[in-house]
Design a protein around this ligand. Structure first.
Ligand SMILES: [Zn+2]
Length: 300
């Protein structure tokens, strides 16, 4: 699977992607955010701001500077991770624009017995939209029409937005060019993620503007590659189980042998997501039940 890691963030500046679509990357680089979270400004004299970013007044200053004399008519939010959503409240305070988009933060399933949510700190629990968008709903503002494409998997509330008349999809953290997405239970769900990839494959847009990193062209091919990558990983896990019961760390040690051990806990969550899906489909067994510390086997 090939990723595109060629990216120059140019913090504080809004970069034109196509006419009427600008990208403004927040200065929050990190192992899970690449060079930072991409905020998008759509429109010219009336704007929609998509995913303002983290709670960072400097980023809000940069958005207002890029907006110049244009009115910000709405703030759109794709999902409730703390690197995307909290800036919406700061921007609302300074513009009065309504927050529109995904529903409140929630996990993909209830916590298991004795399960501690390892992703708890990554969710923005204070996020509350003025208007929640549903799958297929077209949001019209600033002379633009944005179709809501519900794409759970990375988070349960994740939305993409298709810009009408532009062959362009704002893919947020569902599809990114620089890396695969994090799909980690209980907030994420692998089956949902795969279904959401298929949902995008059935759509016409070929230019994706992701939440981190550069734009993706020929997106259908790339989404196919992402899907194949996950199916190959699933097969590797099943091969591991065919040799006898395994714990998640045992699987990670083999499958991620060439990955920095510091990233192994994150890899373990990804393997857990696959196992949860395999157990759900009756392909694998979990003893004493689903969990990070359980042992997994191949269903005979
Ligand atoms: Zn995210």
């Amino acid at each position: 699977m090939r990723h595109d890691r060629d990216f120059t963030p140019r913090y504080g500046q809004a970069i034109e992607i196509v006419p009427g679509v600008r990208r403004l990357t927040a200065n929050n680089p990190g192992p899970f955010t690449f060079f930072g979270t991409n905020c998008y400004l759509l429109g010219t004299d009336r704007l929609v701001v998509v995913d303002p970013g983290p709670a960072d007044e400097l980023q809000v200053d940069a958005i207002l500077k890029a907006a110049d004399r244009a009115t910000i008519e709405a703030i759109l939010v794709s999902h409730t991770h703390v690197d995307h959503a909290p800036g919406a409240r700061l921007l609302k305070q300074r513009t009065g624009a309504q927050i529109v988009g995904c529903g409140v933060h929630r996990a993909a399933r209830d916590l298991l017995e004795n399960e501690v949510n390892p992703l708890d700190a990554s969710g923005d629990k204070e996020y509350a939209p003025d208007q929640q968008l549903e799958d297929g709903e077209v949001f019209r503002t600033a002379g633009l029409a944005l179709e809501t494409v519900s794409t759970p998997g990375h988070t349960a509330n994740h939305l993409c937005f298709a810009l009408d008349g532009a062959d362009l999809l704002l893919s947020a953290d569902h599809v990114m060019g620089w890396s695969t997405s994090i799909v980690a239970p209980p907030d994420g769900n692998m089956r949902d993620y795969m279904t959401s990839l298929d949902k995008l494959l059935a759509r016409p847009e070929q230019l994706y503007c992701p939440g981190h990193g550069g734009i993706i062209r020929e997106a259908s091919q790339y989404v196919q590659d992402l899907k194949q990558h996950r199916l190959a990983r699933e097969q590797s896990i099943l091969s591991q189980l065919a040799n006898g019961d395994k714990s998640i760390p045992e699987i990670v040690t083999v499958l991620y042998a060439d990955v920095n051990p510091a990233l192994h806990p994150a890899a373990g969550l990804s393997v857990f997501a696959h196992l949860e899906d395999l157990v759900g489909r009756g392909e694998a067994t979990a003893s004493p039940g689903l969990g990070l510390n359980s042992r997994y086997g191949r269903r005979a």
